[in-house]
Design a protein around this ligand. Structure first.
Ligand code: SAM
Length: 246
């Protein structure tokens, strides 16, 4: 259940500073010592806004699991903030601990500061975290298949959710999907193909994208499928520009 999950009322209320502490802007880092609401009230001031980062999250891994993709992407896109979203508490904690350990081990090189993990149900309130067009890439790797027809509404690709992905993704941005379940692959292709905001990326371009190889080999599920000699079905979809009004 997600009764305990907390969502920001809007993206500008989201405090990213604990996830990406190395990107907190200077002016916030040198803030007045006592900025508690009580102290500020005493000075006739409003509580401070959430701390700002020098850049915004640009890549999201939906249902990141144990974080293999995040960790592999971190050094490949060192200038980009990448966020994993995961619903399971213990798994989210595992990924957070792993990122902290990697940051510690790579202190000198400054690696792994650009990845973070957040516990969230991505089927709800995605636009509360991200502004319109904020993201350039969304990864949906080996989502839970929910085989039975009556469970299909729990799939994280659907007409409604694709509209949310379209909202947070900028024109030209890419949704990456991979699964070992042929029926789910068909389902994802069908729903993105039918959506007016997306077009399928041609196979040649897909195979030339370095993120595709990483998604195949570095996700925990991708490794498992490899060990079992299973098939991996990949499909990429480009966010199209919105048509002009009228
Ligand atoms: N992407 C990872 C990989 O490829 O190794 C994990 C795949 S695992 C089969 C699916 C993950 O999605 C699980 O960790 C599950 O907890 C998470 N998940 C399922 N529904 C979710 C939701 N609504 N919001 C966030 N995470 C979700």
């Amino acid at each position: 259940s997600d009764h305990q999950l907390i969502y920001p009322p809007s993206p500008d209320q989201m405090d990213w500073s604990s996830l990406f502490p190395y990107y907190v802007t200077e002016e916030d880092a040198t803030e007045a010592e006592d900025s508690t609401p009580e102290a500020l009230a005493g000075q006739g001031l409003q509580p401070v806004e959430p701390k700002r980062l020098s850049k915004d999250v640009e890549v999201a891994d939906i249902g990141c699991g144990f974080g293999g993709l995040l960790i592999a992407l971190a050094p490949v896109m060192p200038e980009t903030l990448i966020l994993g979203l995961e619903i399971r508490v213990s798994v989210t904690q595992f990924v957070e601990d792993k990122i902290n350990a990697l940051r510690g081990q790579n202190q000198e090189k400054g690696l792994y500061r650009n990845i973070g993990v957040l516990r969230a149900n991505t089927m709800k309130f995605l636009p509360n975290f991200f502004t319109k067009g904020q993201l350039s890439k969304i990864f949906i790797c080996f989502p839970d298949p929910h085989f039975k027809a009556r469970k299909h509404k729990q799939r994280i690709v659907s007409t409604t959710l694709n509209s949310e992905y379209a909202y947070v993704l900028r024109p030209g941005g890419i949704v990456y999907t991979i699964t070992d379940v042929p029926d789910l692959h068909g389902w994802m292709v069908q729903h993105f193909d039918a959506h007016p905001s997306f077009e399928r990326v041609e196979e040649e371009e897909q195979e030339a994208d370095p993120c595709v190889a990483i998604m195949r080999s570095e996700t925990e599920e991708g490794k498992k499928v490899e060990r079992n000699n299973g098939q991996k079905h990949v499909a990429l979809f480009r966010r199209l520009a919105d048509p002009p009004y009228g």
